[in-house]
Design a protein around this ligand. Structure first.
Ligand SMILES: CC(C)(COP(=O)(O)OP(=O)(O)OC[C@H]1O[C@@H](n2cnc3c(N)ncnc32)[C@H](O)[C@@H]1OP(=O)(O)O)[C@@H](O)C(=O)NCCC(=O)NCCS
Length: 151
């Protein structure tokens, strides 16, 4: 039977273009989840796992480490829904903002900017691609309003 790490890895294998080297190994995912400060969200479709988000909780902030939707499920709002749920969960954990880092030119930027992320920094030539070329990393942040008491 598929466990959640299998589900995450199934989406990972389908969603990330190997050219960019962004996908994590199973070991990296297992290590992140063993540490206890990382959290994941998974969306299951009838056909199988469709998308996930992995984040790390820090002091008053949450870092989005991975966000992925299988190509055949894209453009239906699943990415946005994962960000919505992450925002709610992070707020409950006390986060005041969400951070993420993305390679320059990733089409996901459109999703992030409509979601309210603003560019706060960049690291020149941070990522190395499969052909040896380098791409800048761009850091984005989105402010979160404080959690409202449940009721
Ligand atoms: C980024 C990613 C998670 C977005 O997932 P998604 O489920 O398609 O996202 P949504 O459906 O919520 O769409 C987000 C926006 O992009 C547009 N969009 C994204 N993919 C689309 C597609 N295939 N067809 C049409 N529109 C698309 C949507 O119109 C939407 O914009 P809008 O709300 O302003 O109209 C997905 O493209 C992905 O897995 N990419 C590869 C992995 C990656 O690079 N992740 C981010 C870095 S870790």
């Amino acid at each position: 039977m598929m466990d959640d790490v299998d589900r995450i890895m199934a989406v990972m294998a389908a969603a990330f273009d190997p050219h960019y080297g962004e996908a994590w190994s199973r070991r990296q995912i297992e290590d992140a989840l063993t540490l206890g400060n990382c959290h994941y969200l998974l969306i299951d479709a009838a056909e199988g796992p469709a998308g996930f988000a992995l984040s790390r909780t820090g002091f008053e902030e949450e870092e989005l480490l991975l966000l992925a939707v299988r190509p055949e499920f894209r453009g239906r709002g699943l990415g946005r829904s994962l960000l919505d749920h992450l925002e709610q969960a992070a707020r409950k954990r006390g986060a005041r903002r969400i951070l993420l880092e993305m390679r320059r030119g990733n089409p996901a930027e459109r999703l992030y900017s409509t979601f309210g992320f603003l560019k706060i920094g960049e690291r020149k030539d941070y990522y190395r691609l499969s052909d040896g070329s380098r791409v800048d990393a761009i850091t984005f942040a989105a402010a979160l309003s404080p959690a409202t008491p449940a009721g």
